[in-house]
Ligand binder design. Structure first.
Ligand code: CMP
Length: 142
């Protein structure tokens, strides 16, 4: 089915000038960028996004990293977009990410791992609405 997923290019990959290379991976995989914006997150906005991790030991480091520079948040649309995005992203820990995945090629550690992607239809719906108003997502007409 045609799905939407929320993608974040994280501060390490934005700082490394890899936005275009990562967008190319999405487009080569047949995913369409139907919403996009660059944001400088603050502690509250990053913390709310990762609220499910609030009790994890890495939560404070995660918020510090995610506020260390701008991020590029995007809505990607396509056939099986959620699973497809996760496949091309690779495992959370880049040391375990399959060859040719975004995290294998652009990430240095589990903490600074270049990209985020929604892990289920439920989280995709929450994460998209966390960053985008309805009129900021633009379905393709051609
Ligand atoms: P992400 O998919 O954005 O979701 C939460 C992030 O927390 C994750 O990517 C990692 O970058 C970071 N993180 C740090 N340590 C861990 C861990 N032990 N397990 C899962 N995520 C972690």
């Amino acid at each position: 089915a045609i799905e939407r997923t929320l993608s974040i290019i994280k501060p390490d990959a934005v700082g490394g000038n890899h936005i275009g290379a990562i967008y190319d991976r999405f487009e080569q995989a047949g995913l369409r960028i139907v919403g996009a914006k660059m944001l400088q997150l603050d502690d509250e906005k990053a913390g709310g996004f990762y609220a499910e991790h609030a009790e994890r030991p890495f939560y404070n480091d995660l918020k510090s990293f995610m506020t260390s520079g701008p991020v590029l948040v995007s809505v990607l649309e396509g056939e099986d977009a959620i699973a497809k995005h996760r496949d091309i992203m690779g495992a959370t820990n880049p040391k375990e990410a399959a060859e040719g995945t975004i995290r294998a090629d652009f990430a240095n550690s589990i903490d600074e791992n270049a990209v985020h992607g929604s892990d289920s239809a439920q989280s995709a719906a929450r994460e998209i609405s966390y960053f985008f108003n309805e009129d900021e997502v633009c379905p393709r007409t051609r």
